[in-house]
Structures are given as structure tokens and as C-alpha cells.
Design a protein around this ligand. Structure first.
Ligand SMILES: Nc1ncnc2c1ncn2[C@@H]1O[C@H](COP(=O)(O)OP(=O)(O)OP(=O)(O)O)[C@@H](O)[C@H]1O
Ligand SMILES: [Mg+2]
Length: 404
């Protein structure tokens, strides 16, 4: 970007903030994104004699996907915060899945999800995609839900799974949602406390005496995970708000298995809402047409680890990496190991920042990926230095990330 364009852009940001009191992360500021387009984020500077600025310009890449990989303490979270801030200042919404509660992106107010009283918002994995009634039947959605539960509670026996499937079916009927009536799918969905209620009644039912211990086992296994208050709250995260200004969902206070379910449910919901808007234009005029939402996940292994098959096409990260671009999704993922990502995802990501690897094995894999020797990667100092490589920039460049 030429210097006069940078000055023009800074003037626009200054005017928006000083004159109209519009700040990044607000709906008003978001409306001005076209004035600030294209997205051009200065990540830091190269560590050669030129000290040139290293920038991420997702609109000039084949997609807005960015992978940050490095060992503990290498500077991944700080890099994400820098990127998130740049996107918000560019007028774009960012959804941050903050698994450890430390991805404190400027301008984004955190939404705490925990069992405590400070947390009032929940998620309901039982919510349906009513608009996809003809494409994906209620039966299939119920099966997907059972699959999610089985992943979260792997100790369920085959018989317990059958009982659980029946209880879920009964819960939908309870609220007046029927398989053969897609219009009924628009009714408020059942919740997990309802499923547990049904199981409890079956447990007391004399006619089901012979299955009592199975039902009991099922109930306690489900309670252990889905008894968590985040699954019982009426107020759920507003997808409209996420799409208009973004959100930072702080999952730092909930156990791993629950983090995974919340994150998976939320990402699927957001992606469904984006699909509903239809694809972006084939030849977008600018970044405001190209990008609708940037999704940022630090510690992405929490999403990957729980999925037995990293390469499964149904894995939400793979769905986003293969289909997200068409619907305006940008994706920024960070993890300590490249092995936390599936093949499709790695093949699709246009931009990488490789920070100090956790060991030599990782350095070898990462080095092959960006064509830098493993020893050069091992020689990184940590604390924010790394190699940046994008399709647009060509060769990997040794750089220092600027703090957010
Ligand atoms: N760009 C930077 N410039 C200067 N110091 C940095 C930079 N990035 C990180 N650091 C230093 O390194 C520390 C660790 O950074 P950060 O939390 O981003 O690492 P991480 O890779 O996310 O680690 P973990 O895998 O443990 O989450 C920071 O608290 C800070 O002191
Ligand atoms: Mg971190």
C-alpha cells in the first residue's frame, strides 16, 4: 500500500473515532468497512537489513485462511491478538473462540461462558436448522446430535445410545416438533434438561423396570457433561450479533469436553447462518464482498483432538476450510503442533506464520511445509519471531511480530 493510501486510511479511522465516536466493534463502525477496504494488517517487520513491514492482505490471497504454529510461549496468542485487532480496525467482525481466556483482542468485549452467576448466556446443541428441512431431515440432525454426545461421553454402551436416541426423539415431540412437519421445526427447540427429565421419568416407570440400570447409567453419563448450566440457559448467543460485530467467547472456565461441544455447536450455527445468506459473488468487488466473518481459534487442538478422525469431512474445521471461503469465512487458527490439523485444511490455508517449534520433529515437518530448514526454525528465539509465508508473498520471510 502506498504511503498516501496509508495516510488516507489512518485519516478515515481517526475521523470515524474522533468526530462520530464510532469505534471498532460497533455496528456503526462496521458500516464504514468499505471506506477502509482492503484489509491490510501490518503484522510486524522483517528481521533482515530492510526491516520492511510484513503485512497480511487476505483479499490478495486465494483465501482468508491463516495458520499460526509454534511451541509453548513462542508468541501465537500475541500474534492472534494483533491480527484480530487489525481486522476489527478494518471494520470486519471477528468471532474469537477463546479456550484459555487469554485472547484479549482490543475492541472485542468478552462473553463469559461458565457455570457461575456472572455467565448468563448458553448454547443449545438441540436447536435445529429449520431452513434445511428438505435437505437434512430431522432424523439426520438427531443422529448428528447423538454423534456429538457420543464423542463427548464415549463410555456410553450401545444400549444406552439407543435409549438416549429415543429420549432425544421424545424431547422434540414434547415441544411439538415432528419429523414429517418441517414447519414445526421453527418452534423453540427442546433443551438438555428436558432430555434428562424424560430419562428420569423412564427410570421411575415400572413398565421399563428391566431397563432401569441401563437408563440410570445413561442418565448419569449425560448429566456429567450436559448437566452443565451452559446447556440449560434460555438466552443463547446471538448469531446476528456475531455476524455484525463479532464476539469473544471466553471458555476459559469450563472443562475441555464442554469447550469442545460449545465451540463445535457455535461454529456450525454460524456457518449455517452464513450459508443461508448464500455464496459471496464469484468475482467480489472488494473485501467487504469477499469477507463476512473472521473466525479465530487459539489452541485449535481442542477442536481437533476431540474428533477421532482429523481428516473427516464432517469435522467442522475441515468444513470451514473447504467450503468457508465461498460463504465469506476467514479463518485464523493457532496450535502448538501442525499435527493438530487435517490434510484438507493444511492444503487450503494460504498463509502461515511458523514460530519457534516445540521440538525438532515439529521443526522438520514445519520446515518442509514452508521450505525453511529445521535448524533455522529451531534457532528462532521465541517471543514473537517466526517465518511468515503466504501465497502472495512467495518465499518465507523471517520476521518479528509487533505486539498488539
Ligand atoms: N511479538 C512479541 N513481542 C515481544 N514479546 C512477545 C511477543 N509475543 C510473545 N511475547 C512474549 O512471550 C510470552 C508468550 O507469548 P504467547 O502467550 O503469545 O505465547 P503462546 O505461543 O501463545 O504460548 P502457549 O502455547 O503457551 O499459549 C508473552 O507473554 C510475551 O511476554
Ligand atoms: Mg497461547
Amino acid at each position: 500500500m502506498s504511503s498516501h493510501r496509508i495516510i488516507r486510511k489512518m485519516r478515515v479511522i481517526w475521523l470515524l473515532q474522533a468526530v462520530s465516536e464510532f469505534y471498532p466493534g460497533t455496528v456503526e463502525y462496521r458500516r464504514s468497512a468499505n471506506l477502509l477496504s482492503p484489509i491490510d494488517i501490518v503484522l510486524g517487520q522483517s528481521r533482515d537489513e530492510s526491516y520492511s513491514a510484513i503485512r497480511w492482505r487476505p483479499g490478495q490471497e486465494s483465501n482468508g485462511f491463516f495458520l499460526v504454529v509454534g511451541g509453548a510461549g513462542s508468541g501465537k496468542t500475541e500474534a492472534l491478538k494483533r491480527i484480530g485487532r487489525g481486522l476489527l480496525e478494518g471494520g470486519f467482525p471477528v468471532l474469537v473462540l477463546d479456550f484459555h481466556g487469554d485472547v484479549d483482542v482490543s475492541w472485542l468485549s468478552p462473553i463469559l461462558m461458565s457455570s457461575g452467576l456472572d455467565s448468563t448466556i448458553g448454547v443449545n446443541p438441540m436447536e435445529l436448522d429449520s431452513y434445511r428441512a428438505h435437505e437434512v431431515g430431522l432424523y439426520d440432525q438427531r443422529m448428528a446430535l447423538v454423534e456429538l454426545i457420543v464423542k463427548a461421553v464415549p463410555m456410553l454402551s450401545q444400549l444406552q445410545r439407543v435409549i438416549l436416541t429415543d429420549a432425544i426423539e421424545a424431547a422434540y415431540r414434547w415441544v411439538g416438533i415432528y419429523d414429517d412437519d418441517p414447519l414445526s421445526w421453527r418452534r423453540p427447540p427442546p433443551t438438555f434438561p428436558m432430555v434428562m427429565d424424560i430419562l428420569e421419568r423412564w427410570h421411575e416407570d415400572d413398565e421399563l423396570r428391566s431397563r432401569r440400570s441401563t437408563i440410570n447409567g445413561c442418565l448419569s453419563a449425560i448429566k456429567a457433561v450436559f448437566g452443565h448450566p451452559v446447556f440449560g440457559r434460555e438466552a443463547t448467543l446471538s448469531i446476528d450479533e456475531i455476524l455484525s460485530v463479532g464476539a469473544r467467547v471466553n471458555l476459559g472456565m469450563v472443562p475441555d469436553s464442554i469447550r469442545y461441544i460449545v465451540a463445535d455447536t457455535l461454529l456450525r450455527k454460524v456457518f449455517r447462518a452464513l450459508m443461508l445468506k448464500g455464496p459471496i459473488p464469484t468475482c467480489p468487488a472488494d473485501d467487504t464482498e469477499r469477507f463476512r466473518l473472521f473466525i479465530m481459534v487459539d489452541e485449535a487442538k481442542i477442536l481437533s483432538k476431540a474428533s477421532a478422525r482429523l481428516n473427516a469431512s464432517g469435522h467442522i474445521l475441515n468444513i470451514l476450510a473447504t467450503e468457508g471461503r465461498k460463504f465469506g469465512v476467514g479463518l485464523i487458527l493457532a496450535s502448538q503442533s501442525i499435527d493438530h490439523f487435517g490434510g484438507d485444511l493444511k492444503a487450503n490455508v494460504s498463509t502461515r506464520l511458523i514460530m519457534k517449534p516445540m521440538d525438532f520433529e515439529q521443526a522438520k515437518k514445519l520446515g518442509l511445509d514452508i521450505k525453511v530448514s529445521a535448524s533455522d526454525l529451531m534457532a528462532l528465539r521465541g517471543k514473537g519471531d517466526g517465518f511468515f509465508k503466504s501465497q502472495g508473498s512467495g518465499e518465507a520471510t523471517y520476521m518479528q511480530v509487533r505486539r498488539p
